[in-house]
Design a protein around this ligand. Sequence first.
Ligand code: NAD
Length: 249
Amino acid sequence: MRLRDKIAIVTGGASGMGAATAQLFASEGAKVVVADLLESEGVEVVSEICAAGGAARFQLLNVTSDVAWDSLVLETIAAYGQLDILVNNAGVSGSHPDRLNIDTWDEQMNINAKGVFLGMRAVIPTMQKAGRGSIVNISSISGFVGQRFVHMGYNAAKGAVRLATKAAAVQFARDGIRVNSVHPGVMPAMRTSQLTADPEVRKKMLSAIPAGREGRVEEVAFTNLFLASDEASYITGIEVPVDGGFLAM
Ligand SMILES: NC(=O)c1ccc[n+]([C@@H]2O[C@H](COP(=O)([O-])OP(=O)(O)OC[C@H]3O[C@@H](n4cnc5c(N)ncnc54)[C@H](O)[C@@H]3O)[C@@H](O)[C@H]2O)c1
């Protein structure tokens, strides 16, 4: 088991790549806290993990609230005694039809960028005390390049995640904390996707991918697993695209 005795928090764990990551981590021996705004979906993921013989609990979390983050860490320690892994995965899509909308910019920076910072801020003191920890921040190919169907606030927020990851990696490496970013390409549409959920738009997006298909949530979950595990013990501050070759072009 690759995560035996590890305690992991996965934000956005109620859906998509977060749910796949929570399930994979549990199957590899981690006790997982599924943290999300979506309670019934999150509880369902926890039930599936427990039915498969794993250990998990649900915690309601809005990643934009520092107070909610502090309670999440306290409750995780109370329930499981330690905290080894954080996957900062929660996010909202930027494929808004009005690509010059001001509120979308604010929403993107607040949830997709500040939410990731607040997560790191909340877990790092506990990881410092323990002298170990692994943080995986979910960015996107949008953290590298601009895209026609995506609000620039999404690119800016995902770019912020990419660089905040490197800053945290450099600042906390001597505390035994590793921080890396994962950059999914075109995956199944997010719950909040608008333009990029349109089948015609998706056809155009897929035609630009060397692999010729969208990614599967498990393909991102396995990347998260490697970075979260001790197999990656000398890897910190890197960015890993999981994009079927999109960024190689
Ligand atoms: N789907 C894609 O094509 C794609 C591509 C690249 C990167 N990503 C990124 O991957 C991550 C996961 O996306 P997904 O495809 O699984 O999407 P999804 O919509 O299926 O899941 C996102 C989860 O985040 C939760 N969430 C949203 N805002 C939250 C908040 N304020 N507090 C707590 N939880 C919140 C949602 O409730 C949901 O459960 C996101 O960060 C996304 O930006 C997605």
